[in-house]
Design a protein around this ligand. Structure first.
Ligand code: SF4
Length: 386
């Protein structure tokens, strides 16, 4: 069974009814639940929970320490291509954006140079990122990029177009540890409106991509919604259900959540449902209480001061020193199109110092050996068996 069935069971009206029904008593009760259900998640996301943010933060912090200790893993995105055949209204790589700036796809030597530049900065965990360029960023290209990166880093993940099961299997064999793939929004109508062309317009194909990756043996799955496209309480609720569904269906994979928030967008596109700082905090806290075992990722889209404040609330993975255009680590050329503007421009060392000041240990790679060594259990499917 795919998550699409469960998503269809939660139309916006049903979620809105739960949000509207939640008062102070429901929010208070949800905060005290050991295993919150969907109604509790709605109460934690509702306006009634806003006065409880401080108490939610204390609980979220304790839960995170219990499951992840006091460590925050640092990673860097490595853009291999900014060529994209899709037209996503909010993205700097879309076919309609970036006029006059250069598009390029890195060759093997250039990828190696970028990897060397990141390795020299201490990174052990990289995320290979590309636009959706069917003719250039093929599965074969990605497998070669992964091979080059794996020769230098113990942990390599990808954030690329939605792939089919066979492609995920091939990349898992090449050594990827994780797949990051945001649904952007779980609202089919909004999704269709902003994904104006290219393969990404296929809502169902994207919705099932992380499940395909889990079935193919990818050990870390990272979901997210692009905050700002649709009402955040509704997308946050559905994101929580999606991650819980993946945790159960793909039980051999660790499932994490990212919180990308739209801030800088291409000219002519207005953020439809802006998300404020307190909104971002509330969605992170509500999801931490609902998903105690999920890793939380926060990128350099958010400014330094806010990222520092969010670390104790549940963040387990932070990008640092990020450049969002291909070739940007080894080569400072500015005329190459970047995907989005980075807000936190601190170096990895500065980010690491800020993490230490908050009482946490920055790590450049956590070897999850127990997870790696998990034995096969006869008779259980890897993923998708429920
Ligand atoms: S969001 Fe992805 S697929 Fe869409 S335009 Fe940007 S890079 Fe291309």
């Amino acid at each position: 069974m795919s998550f699409a069935r469960e998503l269809d069971a939660w139309p916006p009206e049903r979620i809105t009814a739960l949000l509207d029904r939640a008062g102070p008593a429901e929010a208070e009760r949800a905060l005290g639940q050991e295993e919150p259900g969907p109604a509790d998640l709605a109460a934690l996301l509702s306006p009634a929970a806003r006065p409880l943010l401080e108490r939610m933060a204390r609980r979220a912090s304790a839960i995170t320490r219990q499951h992840f200790g006091r460590t925050v893993t640092l990673y860097a995105p490595l853009y291999v291509s900014n060529v994209c055949g899709a037209d996503c209204a909010y993205c700097g790589f879309s076919t309609a954006a970036g006029k006059g700036l250069r598009r390029r796809t890195l060759g093997p030597d250039e990828i190696a140079r970028e990897c060397d530049a990141l390795a020299a900065r201490g990174f052990r965990h990289v995320l290979l990122v590309s636009g959706d360029a069917p003719g250039q960023v093929t599965c074969g290209y990605l497998a070669e990029a992964v091979r080059i990166a794996r020769a230098r880093f113990p942990s390599v993940s990808i954030e690329v177009q939605a792939l089919d099961g066979e492609e995920y299997r091939r990349l898992a064999g090449a050594g990827i540890e994780g797949v990051t793939l945001y649904m952007e929004t779980y609202d089919r109508g909004v999704y269709a409106g902003v994904h104006r062309g290219g393969r990404k317009a296929d809502f169902e194909g994207r919705l099932e991509a992380l499940e395909r990756a889990g079935m193919a043996g990818v050990r870390r799955l990272n979901a997210g919604a692009l905050l700002g496209l649709a009402p955040w309480r509704i997308d946050g609720f559905r994101l929580g259900l999606h991650v819980r569904w993946l945790q159960r269906a793909c039980w051999r994979s660790a499932v994490a959540v990212s919180f990308p928030r739209l801030r800088h967008v291409p000219e002519g596109f207005a953020i439809p449902c802006p998300v404020g700082d307190a909104d971002l905090v509330q969605i992170m806290l509500a999801l931490r209480l609902f998903l105690p075992e999920a890793g939380f990722t926060l990128s350099t889209r958010e400014p330094a001061a806010l990222r520092d404040r969010l670390v104790p609330l549940g963040v387990t993975l932070l990008s640092a020193g990020s450049v969002t255009r291909p070739g940007g680590y080894a080569d400072a050329e500015e005329k190459v199109l970047a995907q989005f503007e980075v807000e936190d421009r601190r170096s990895p060392e500065e980010v690491a110092r800020a993490i230490r000041r908050a009482g946490y240990d920055p790590v450049f790679k956590d070897f999850d050996r127990a997870f790696d060594a998990e034995p096969e259990i006869p008779g259980r499917e890897r993923c998708g068996s429920s």
